[in-house]
Design a protein around this ligand. Structure first.
Ligand SMILES: *Cc1c(COP(=O)(O)O)cnc(C)c1O
Length: 378
């Protein structure tokens, strides 16, 4: 079976994990490996401040707390996303306002955002689906005009750019995931990017159980104490050591994924030209990270047959997401603004092909052959 995902593994990870335990004797949060990861991301992404977290979800939760929302405040987000985009804001009492996606990128439709803004709206959450950027110029302009914060859910967008800027560094906050299904991994983990320096102090406090421990370490206060809201959002240095091995070779991982993505694209483009499938649109101002290779079948029925066909030929393909606005919790905590023109219809026909670092040439050829065989017999 060609798996849909295999977590990235370069082989150097365990050396660093061992170093953390046996040499550094530092395995809690913010040890030497965490600092290396922070510095690397701040330099590479030209980010003001990056802090590792226990997950992409906890990075989103930190961002939601930093937005300082009151119950009833509204947050605009796509319905076509992972549940964490919603739970983070639901947890601080916000009302979720779902907006439709564009069918070509499956990203929040920037043209439908303004119609969803009310006098309770506080935040827009663009999700960079498949590591391809949302139309950020438009979104940032809307946010400025209506005085809103922007939290980029860049869980899938590490290393991708929009107009030369790294995803996660464009909004007020950016959130990355280093879950095993993402391009760079530490098992479970993530990071928050803080792009406005005014929020850095508070972010450090929220991440450290509501204490001013970071200021204490820097000698800025002579004892540390409980000062604000907070939780434990910092990950172990063991996990950071594992991630460090992958950040150190981030380009190697990125290039390898992009090669697989391009191979799929080159071989499946003829099917798209014939109108048998649809493929992702990559806007010219975007570079992506090959987080995902998706295609769209004609409808749900064809997709079901397609996934079954691939499985019989040893290829594991998957679909997602069940739109949040029609899910039990989505119905309770949010509403869909305007017409669901694409969210449900498009999510019903989207399929993702195997995509991971190190997918072999033989395996990616076998995936292409199976896809072509299905559409030849169809
Ligand atoms: C993976 C993902 C998350 C959550 O990240 P975790 O690290 O699994 O908590 C949030 N949003 C999106 C869009 C994701 O793909």
């Amino acid at each position: 079976m060609i798996n849909f995902n295999v977590p990235p593994y370069l082989g150097t990870e365990m050396n660093y994990v061992r170093e953390a335990a046996e040499v550094n004797h530092k395995i809690c949060g913010d040890g030497p490996f965490s600092r290396r990861c922070h510095t690397w991301m701040e330099n590479r992404f030209r980010a003001e401040k990056v802090l590792l977290t226990t997950s992409g979800t906890s990075a989103l939760e930190m961002a939601a707390v930093l937005c300082d929302l009151k119950p009833g405040d509204e947050v605009i987000l796509p319905s076509f996303t992972f549940s964490s985009t919603a739970t983070a804001f639901q947890a601080v009492g916000a009302t979720l306002v779902f907006v439709d996606v564009r069918p070509d990128t499956m990203n929040l439709d920037e043209k439908k955002i303004e119609a969803a803004i009310t006098d309770r709206t506080r935040v827009i959450v663009p999700v960079h689906y498949a590591g391809v950027a949302c139309e950020m110029d438009t979104i940032i302009n809307i946010a400025r005009k209506h005085n809103l914060l922007v939290v980029e859910d860049a869980a899938q967008g590490v290393m991708s750019t929009y107009e030369g800027r790294y995803l996660g560094t464009i909004g007020t906050f950016g959130c990355y995931s280093f879950h095993e299904t993402k391009n760079y991994s530490m098992g479970e983990g993530g990071a928050i990017v803080i792009n406005n320096p005014e929020y850095i102090d508070r972010a450090e406090i929220i991440r450290e159980k509501g204490t001013n421990r970071q200021r204490f370490f820097r000698g800025q206060v002579d004892k540390y104490t409980w000062v604000d809201r907070g939780s434990s959002y910092l990950q172990s240095d063991l996990n950071a050591a594992y991630l460090w091995a992958q950040l150190e070779q981030a380009d190697k991982i990125n290039d390898n994924r992009l090669a697989t993505w391009q191979f799929y694209w080159n071989h499946l483009k003829p099917l798209a030209d014939e109108g048998l499938i649809e493929l992702a649109h990559i806007p010219t101002e975007c570079t992506h990270n090959a987080h995902m290779f998706w295609l769209k079948c004609a409808d749900l029925q064809e997709r079901t047959a397609f996934i079954r066909f691939l499985k019989e030929r040893g290829v594991q393909a998957t679909f997602h997401y069940i739109p949040l606005h029609s899910s039990p919790a989505g119905l309770k905590f949010g509403r869909f603004n305007g017409e669901d023109e694409y969210t449900t219809k498009e999510s019903d026909r989207l399929v993702r092909l195997p995509m991971y670092y190190g997918l072999s040439a033989a395996d990616r050829q076998a995936v292409v052959d199976a896809v072509l065989a299905f559409f030849e017999q169809a």
